[in-house]
Design a protein around this ligand. Structure first.
Ligand code: IPE
Ligand code: IPE
Ligand code: MG
Length: 242
């Protein structure tokens, strides 16, 4: 007879890479009759807490969605407010070193204002030797945009004779993405009650597990992350097998 189901004594298999869609800042503020900017400030503070906590529990990779390629549709003052919160966060970048978190920005950074690009370069440089959590911050990030960049990159390599069409494989596509060299996200968490990816990590999430919750991002605390990870650990990932 074959034993079905998971062995209860099997070790907990933790996700190596968690990706979070930090959504619900606006509704969090609205509930408190505050401006949306207050929600973004609270969301930013929460992001720092969750990043620190993830590092503390030994997570290898955390990717957070901070600003999408579609978020430019928002009113100019809201976009400016989000960029200013980002500036403040980046000016704090020296703390990254003490925290041993290695930060990397993924997304189309080239089109951002020069001062932000400089702050990003400093933050990445200052934290490059960190041995703890790899923290990816998705900024002006869109999964489709990322794939378009990757296809152009591969096409250019072919035109230059550096590779052939047959060299286009899942591996070479993965290596043309911002997340090159990193494991795919095992687990994608979206608070705020929405059940969609919103153009997040669309290639990388092919076999990710999902966790949705009504909690608004500024209210998403380490205990919720723990709860999500516990749920993840109970799942049976088959990757198409049996
Ligand atoms: C997420 O919160 C932050 C960004 C998208 C930059 P929202 O601002 O989308 O909050 P809701 O969805 O309006 O509540
Ligand atoms: C996704 O949230 C992007 C970020 C959290 C940065 P949105 O609020 O932009 O997503 P939609 O518009 O509800 O799909
Ligand atoms: Mg939203």
């Amino acid at each position: 007879m074959f034993l079905k189901g998971k062995n209860k004594n099997a070790p907990r298999i933790m996700p190596r890479h968690i990706a979070i869609i930090m959504d619900g800042n606006g509704r969090w503020a609205k509930k408190r009759a505050l401006p949306r900017s207050a929600g973004h400030s609270a969301g930013s503070k929460n992001f720092k807490d969750i990043a620190r906590y993830s590092n503390k529990i030994g997570l290898e990779y955390l990717t957070v969605y901070a600003f999408s390629t579609e978020n430019w549709k928002r009113p100019a003052d809201e976009v400016e407010n989000i960029m200013n919160i980002l500036r403040d966060y980046l000016k704090d970048a020296k703390n990254f070193k003490d925290e041993n978190i290695k930060v990397k920005f993924i997304g189309n950074i080239a089109v951002l204002p020069d001062d932000i690009k400089d702050l990003i370069a400093d933050a990445e440089e200052n934290s490059k030797d960190a041995t703890g959590l790899h923290l990816n911050i998705a900024l002006n990030y869109g999964g489709r945009d990322e794939l378009v960049f990757a296809f152009k990159d591969l096409a250019n390599s072919i035109i230059k004779g550096e590779m052939s069409v047959d060299d286009i494989t899942e591996e070479t596509v993965s290596n043309a993405l911002y997340t090159k060299g990193q494991p795919d996200p095992d687990f994608i968490i979206r608070p705020s009650g929405e059940y969609r990816l919103s153009n997040y990590l669309i290639w990388q999430s092919a076999y990710a597990e999902f966790w949705f919750s009504d909690i608004l991002w500024p209210d998403f605390k380490p205990k919720h992350l723990e709860q999500a990870i516990d749920d993840y650990c109970k799942r049976n990932r088959r990757f198409g097998g049996v």
